[in-house]
Design a binder for this molecule. Structure first.
Ligand code: CMC
Length: 428
């Protein structure tokens, strides 16, 4: 017999199905709640609301487990390159060598952007935030590829659209940086890897071809793999909400970019570096910042700490912390911010406020220090997150359509004025 949950309202009992996920997660199916009882549920921030079924990513926040399509993040980070993991997220299986080659070829083929798009970059002010440019340009790209405005109906259409988006996001990101720096753009080089090509478009100069160091290539692959998906986070949910109106994939991910931009989400990686820099420059003791973070009247929070789901540790943060040490050592670099970051982490581990609220470093805490070591400029950090998250956004958007989900349209409890007598303008 299937499991049921009983709800009692005014002495009357209502039964709802209990749904069990493949990792034994439980959920009460309340789809008929309103029609049967007249009630709705209230869950601001949607912390207890399942909005879809998904077979892409699994997170167990209590145990610090993250898996893409059943594969632990630790193994994918160590043993795959980004395109391999992206393929897994998009198609559900790890690629064979031939499949990976074909996938990489499709991405390579889509790397150039239409020349008529190039002059749009110079229309932005030089200090325009690259996340604004990225979001705008993703919508613009779709104008040059009208075929992507439809939901892909064949495998070949999906193959092309997914490769197009994964490739264009990388080109747009690099061009945005070149334009903002007043430097000539570098066209993509089809002989380079996904990460190598990005680094070339970012850092090559007319008289200096950027040499991709294997250490940097590996670290960038790892960064992108760790960011590739994270189930129903704010930006992915945004992509799904926008996509549920049947808006096209490009405008849906452009909205995802905007959601990611915020400092409580992807913008935290740059905010962490700003915070660590400010701590260093001020010379104040860490206790000053811990007190501020605990003070409810102070908007200051420890950036890179806390997570809606992880209540023990964020496995991505552990991988990144080790990677930061390895990369700094391999590149013979030192970073004073790393020392402050580790002292801060140590201090929070002794502090009851952080212990009792399960506030631990999240993915954004060490990722900025890694990006600094790779030479990525601060204003590009959240763009790097967006490049990494692209396969997750695409896969979630496609899954939404595969499951033929209804338009997202939450309810509310109205707390405003009820009926009011209208007063003409002359009498107000
Ligand atoms: N510093 C100080 N206090 C915090 C912090 C923090 N970073 N995060 C949460 N708290 C406190 C919060 O004030 C609340 O305290 P109380 O119970 O006394 O009112 C309690 O911890 C629970 O916090 P919440 O805001 O209800 O938790 P949430 O699940 O709504 O928010 C979060 C999660 C990640 C937005 C939040 O922890 C935060 O703002 N962290 C800093 C920003 C950050 O690092 N964001 C990156 C998130 S991970 C990657 C990503 O999504 O992009």
């Amino acid at each position: 017999m299937s499991e049921k949950a009983t709800l009692k309202i005014d002495g009357k009992s209502f039964e709802f199905d209990v749904i069990t996920g493949s990792e034994n997660e439980k959920c009460i199916d309340i789809q008929k709640l309103r029609s049967e009882t007249g009630y709705i549920t209230m869950d601001p921030g949607l912390g207890n609301t399942g909005s879809c079924y998904s077979s892409i990513t699994y997170v167990d926040g209590a145990k610090g487990i993250l898996k893409y399509r059943g594969y632990p993040i630790e193994e994918l980070a160590e043993k795959t390159v980004f395109t391999e993991t992206a393929y897994l997220i998009l198609y559900g299986e790890l690629p064979t060598e031939t499949q990976l080659q074909e996938f990489s070829y499709r991405i390579r083929e889509q790397a150039p952007i239409h020349t008529n798009l190039e002059h749009h970059f110079s229309g932005f002010p030089q200090n325009a935030p690259p996340m604004a440019i990225l979001s705008a340009m993703l919508n613009l790209v779709s104008c040059f590829h009208p075929e992507v405005l439809e939901v892909p109906t064949t495998g070949a259409e999906f193959d092309r659209t997914a490769a197009l988006l994964m490739s264009k996001v990388r080109t747009i990101a690099a061009f945005a940086y070149r334009m903002a720096s007043g430097k000539p753009i570098n066209h993509p080089n089809p002989n380079l890897t996904y990460c190598g090509n990005f680094l070339h478009m970012m850092f090559s100069d007319p008289y200096h071809q950027y040499e991709v160091s294997p250490v940097i290539d590996k670290a960038l692959n790892l960064f992108l793999i760790l960011h590739a998906d994270h189930e129903q986070n704010c930006s992915t949910s945004t992509v799904r909400v926008v996509g549920s109106s049947r808006a096209n994939l490009f405008s849906s991910v452009a909205a995802g970019v905007c959601a990611l931009w915020g400092p409580l989400h992807g913008g935290a990686n740059a905010a962490v570096i700003n915070m660590l820099g400010a701590i260093k420059a001020s010379g104040r003791p860490l206790t000053y910042y811990l007190s501020r973070a605990k003070d409810k009247d102070d908007p200051f929070r420890l950036m890179g700490f806390g997570h809606r789901i992880y209540k023990n540790f964020d496995p991505r943060s552990l991988i990144l912390k080790k990677q930061v040490h390895d990369v700094l050592q391999a590149l013979n670099l030192e970073d004073g911010l790393l020392e402050i970051a580790m002292e801060l982490e140590e201090a929070t581990l002794q502090d009851d406020y952080f212990i009792s609220r399960n506030l631990y470093p999240n993915v954004d805490f060490y990722s900025g220090i890694l990006l600094r070591a790779l030479g990525i400029p601060l204003n590009m950090y959240t763009v790097m997150f967006a490049i990494g998250r692209m396969p997750g956004w695409i896969a979630n958007w496609q899954e939404l359509h595969d499951h033929k989900l209804r338009i997202s349209r939450p309810r509310q409890i109205f707390t405003g004025e009820t009926e009011r007598p209208f007063i003409p303008l002359s009498a107000r």
